[in-house]
Write a protein that binds this ligand. Structure first.
Ligand code: SAM
Length: 215
């Protein structure tokens, strides 16, 4: 799966994409990351990407020309890729949607990350899906892009590598289900004990406790 991210801040992704499962996903599931610097598509010698909004208002808005040029560039690398736009106006990202994206096989992903007060609405003609990560406002689309990449990539076959099973996790059955609480050593911590059943070695009882304690 090819994942292309269009951003003014490519350096924000270095640590995230090169750590833990997202890094391993490159070898384990053939994930290929590519960061596209929106600034390179900017206008004029100063590579301008933003302008004040028509009609007045606070802040700056991303102009459509650099945004669309960058999306078209990414599409050329992977013509069947789905273009995602993080925005508070979008549909809330849930595990059922994430599963659907991960299950869509080899289809690549392009994520366009807005900044400032947002983007010229006309760019949405080049976007397939608009998603929100919840009812709060961030300074840019980079964190929502990382959330989409992380949640999708860990579901690709081979990525978790048996370390943990996604099928048993929260929200896997449906968008509301929650996994039971977890405990590890020590058995007693500051006068709080691990539930006896988990120490009993009785497999059936443990499984029953887990299922009773799933939300
Ligand atoms: N003026 C916009 C508004 O009031 O809806 C907020 C713009 S925000 C400062 C800049 C960008 O961050 C947004 O265009 C979007 O790409 C991203 N962003 C912020 N909050 C988000 C959220 N909850 N979900 C997805 N993207 C978000």
């Amino acid at each position: 799966m090819k994942i292309q991210i269009i951003t003014l801040f490519p350096e924000m992704f270095d640590k995230v994409l090169n750590s833990s499962m997202l890094w391993k996903a490159q070898e384990r599931a053939g994930v290929e990351y590519s960061l596209i610097d929106l600034r390179e598509f900017g206008i004029g010698p100063r590579k301008q990407v933003d302008d004040p909004p028509y009609g007045g208002g606070d802040g700056m808005v991303l102009r459509p020309e650099p945004a669309v040029a960058a999306i078209e560039y990414a599409k050329k690398q992977d013509p069947s890729a789905v273009v995602y736009l993080p925005t508070p106006r979008g549909k809330t990202l849930k595990q059922s949607w994430v599963k659907q994206i991960a299950g869509s096989g080899e289809k690549g992903i392009i994520i366009f990350c807005p900044r400032y007060e947002g983007y010229d609405e006309r760019i949405t003609k080049w976007v397939d899906e608009q998603y929100s990560i919840g009812n709060y406002v961030l300074t840019g689309g980079e964190l929502p892009a990382m959330i989409l990449v992380d949640s999708v990539v860990r579901l690709l076959p081979g990525v978790l590598g048996g370390v943990t099973s996604a099928e048993k996790e929260s929200f896997y059955e449906d968008d509301e289900s929650i996994e039971h609480a977890q405990y590890t050593r020590p058995e007693t911590f500051r006068e709080m004990d691990v539930p006896d059943v988990l120490l009993s070695g009785h497999h059936a009882n443990i499984e029953k406790w887990k299922s009773d304690n799933n939300g």
